[in-house]
Design a protein around this ligand. Structure first.
Ligand SMILES: Nc1nc2c(ncn2[C@@H]2O[C@H](COP(=O)(O)OP(=O)(O)OP(=O)(O)O)[C@@H](O)[C@H]2O)c(=O)[nH]1
Ligand SMILES: [Mg+2]
Length: 483
C-alpha cells in the first residue's frame, strides 16, 4: 500500500525458507544487508530497505526481506476447511521456540497482509516446479491475502544459452498459470542475473500496481533507470579508456639492430634460445602495462556495479594475450641477414630465410618468416607508421581485437555478478557469450581496427562507439533489451 506521508511502495520478497530472498535483496540493493546462510529460518524479522528514493525526496520504493515459510504443506492442510483460515492463523499465539516455523510463517503473512503492494515470490529453479510441493501450498496461503504476485526464478545456475533458459521459463510459466494471483514469471538469479533483466522486473511491478501508485512508481522507475544507465555509461567509458591506452601504447627501440631482429624471429620460431633482447624487453613492458590496465579496468567495473572485491594482477597477467606489431625501419641490405644468420641463428631459421629469397628484399623475407610462424597474432608491419625511426613495438590489430573481446567478456561477467554472491571472483565466461561477442564484433563495418589512427580523440571515439555497439548488440541477443 502507498503510505500517504512518504508515498512508499512496498515490495516484499517472500518464499519458502532458504531459497535466497536475503541474497537477492543484496543483489538488487547492491549492499550487504541481513544474514545469509545455507540453512532454514535465517531471517526472522521483516526488514525494510529503500531500493530507490524519488528526486522529490519523499517517495520511496521499498524492498522488504521476510522470514521464509517453513512446513507450508502441513500448514495449508491445517487451514483447509476453516471458515476464516487466515484470520484464525494470524490471531493465534505461536511459541517462538516450540513452533518456530509457524511463528515465522505468521510474521511473513502479517507483513504481506499489512504492508505489501506487490509480492515478489522466489522459487528455486534448480528444481522442477512439480518437485516443489511447497509452492502450491504457499500459493494457496497467499491467495487468502490476495496481493499481486510476481514469481522470480532464483538459483538458475550459470548463464546458459537463451533457448535453454527460455524453455525453463516456459515450464514455470505453464505451472504458475493455475494460480490467478501470479501476474508474471521472470528469471532473476541472485548470483547471476544481468542488470538489464531488472528492467523487466520494474515493468512487471508497474503493471500490477493500482492507479494511485502508478504515477509515483513511474517517477521511481525513471530514477532507477537513470542510475543504472549512469553505471552503464561509466562502464563504457572505462572500457574505451582502457582500449585507447592499449592502442597508443608503444616502445621505441632506436638501436634494434638487424642481428637482433633476426635473433628475435629465431626466438619466436624456437630456433634461438629464448633470452632477453630489446624486443622481449619491449614486449614485457607492454604486457605489464596491459595487465595493470586490465586490473584497473576490473576495479572500475566492479566499483561502478556496487560489487566488493579487486582485480588480481597475477591472474590477469596469465590470461593476457601476447601479440605485438613490430614496426621496423626497413634495412634494404639483404646481405646483412645472411651474416646475421650465420653469426647467431640456427640452421632451421637460415633455411627459412633462404627459402624466402633474398631477392624480394627484407619485407618479403620477414613476411615469409611470419608465414612460417603462423597464428593470427604474429602480424607484423614495418615502416607503416610515418615518422617512426628505428623500431616501434605496439599492439597489433589482432591483439587489440582480442583485448576488446576480453574486455567485453569481463564487462559481461561483472554485469551478471550479483552482489549477493559475495566477493568478486572472475570465472571463465560461458562459451556462448564468447561466440555472441565475436558475432557482434564481426558485424562492425568496417571491422574494428584502430591501428591506422594517430589522433587520441579519434581512437577514443572509435573505441567508445565500438564498445557501446558491441555490448548493446550482445545484450539484445541475450535479453532482447538494450541499456
Ligand atoms: N547458487 C546459488 N545459491 C544461492 C542463490 N541465492 C541464494 N543462494 C544460497 O542459498 C542459501 C540461502 O540463501 P538466503 O538468502 O539466506 O535464503 P533466504 O530465502 O533468505 O532464507 P531464510 O531467510 O532462511 O528464509 C545461501 O547459501 C545462499 O548463498 C543463487 O541464486 N544461486
Ligand atoms: Mg533470509
Amino acid at each position: 500500500m502507498a503510505d500517504m506521508q512518504t508515498m512508499r511502495i512496498n515490495l516484499s520478497l517472500v518464499s519458502h525458507t532458504n531459497i535466497g530472498k536475503t541474497t537477492l535483496a543484496r543483489t538488487l540493493l547492491g549492499r550487504d544487508i541481513g544474514e545469509v546462510a545455507d540453512r532454514p529460518h535465517v531471517t526472522e524479522t521483516n526488514d525494510d530497505y529503500v531500493l530507490i528514493r524519488g528526486s522529490d525526496g519523499y517517495s520511496e520504493l521499498v524492498l522488504w526481506d521476510t522470514p521464509g515459510f517453513g512446513d507450508s504443506v502441513r500448514l495449508s492442510q491445517r487451514l483447509e476447511g476453516r471458515s476464516n483460515p487466515l484470520g484464525w492463523f494470524l490471531a493465534e499465539v505461536w511459541d517462538r521456540m516450540s513452533n518456530k516455523a509457524l511463528w515465522l510463517n505468521q510474521r511473513a503473512l502479517k507483513h504481506v497482509r499489512d504492508t505489501s503492494s506487490v509480492v515478489l515470490y522466489l522459487v528455486n529453479a534448480s528444481e522442477s516446479p512439480q518437485a516443489c510441493s511447497y509452492v502450491s501450498a504457499e500459493m494457496k496461503i497467499l491467495s487468502w491475502i490476495n496481493k499481486p504476485v510476481v514469481v522470480l526464478l532464483n538459483q538458475m545456475g550459470k548463464p546458459r544459452e537463451k533457448s535453454i533458459e527460455d524453455a525453463e521459463l516456459a515450464q514455470w510459466n505453464e505451472y504458475m498459470a493455475q494460480f490467478p494471483l501470479v501476474k508474471c514469471v521472470l528469471p532473476m538469479d541472485a548470483f547471476a542475473r544481468c542488470w538489464v533483466q531488472e528492467f523487466a522486473l520494474f515493468e512487471a511491478i508497474g503493471s500490477v500496481l493500482n492507479e494511485e501508485q502508478k504515477a509515483t512508481f513511474e517517477a521511481l522507475r525513471e530514477a532507477w533507470s537513470r542510475q543504472r544507465r549512469a553505471v552503464y555509461a561509466s562502464s563504457i567509458d572505462a572500457i574505451s579508456n582502457y582500449m585507447t591506452q592499449l592502442v597508443v601504447d608503444h616502445e621505441e627501440l632506436s638501436n634494434y639492430s638487424l642481428t637482433e631482429q633476426v635473433k628475435d624471429w629465431g626466438r619466436r620460431l624456437g630456433v634461438v634460445k629464448p633470452q632477453a633482447g630489446p624486443i622481449e624487453d619491449a614486449k614485457n613492458a607492454l604486457a605489464a602495462r596491459a595487465a595493470d590496465g586490465l586490473c584497473a579496468l576490473t576495479q572500475r567495473l566492479i566499483d561502478a556495479h556496487g560489487i566488493e572485491g579487486a582485480g588480481v594482477r597475477r591472474e590477469i597477467l596469465r590470461r593476457l594475450k601476447t601479440d605485438w606489431t613490430v614496426n621496423t625501419a626497413a634495412n634494404p641490405k639483404g646481405a646483412a641477414i645472411v651474416g646475421a644468420v650465420g653469426a647467431g641463428a640456427a640452421s632451421g631459421l637460415a633455411t627459412d630465410l633462404a627459402m624466402g629469397g633474398l631477392s624480394g628484399g627484407l619485407g618479403t623475407l620477414l613476411g615469409t618468416v611470419i608465414g612460417a610462424i603462423g597464428g593470427a597474432g604474429a602480424a607484423i608491419a614495418y615502416n607503416q607508421v610515418k615518422g617512426v625511426h628505428g623500431t616501434r613495438v605496439s599492439w597489433s590489430k589482432i591483439a587489440l581485437q582480442n583485448y576488446l573481446l576480453e574486455a567485453i567478456l569481463l564487462y559481461l561477467a561483472v554485469a551478471h555478478f550479483g552482489r549477493g554472491r559475495g566477493y568478486w571472483e572472475e570465472s571463465e565466461a560461458p562459451a556462448f557469450w564468447k561466440d555472441i561477442v565475436i558475432d557482434e564484433m564481426k558485424k562492425q563495418d568496417p571491422e574494428y581496427d584502430p591501428t591506422p589512427l594517430t589522433d587520441p580523440d579519434s581512437i577514443d571515439g572509435l573505441n567508445h562507439k565500438t564498445v557501446d555497439l558491441v555490448i548493446r548488440g550482445v545484450l539484445m541477443t541475450l535479453y532482447n533489451r538494450a541499456p
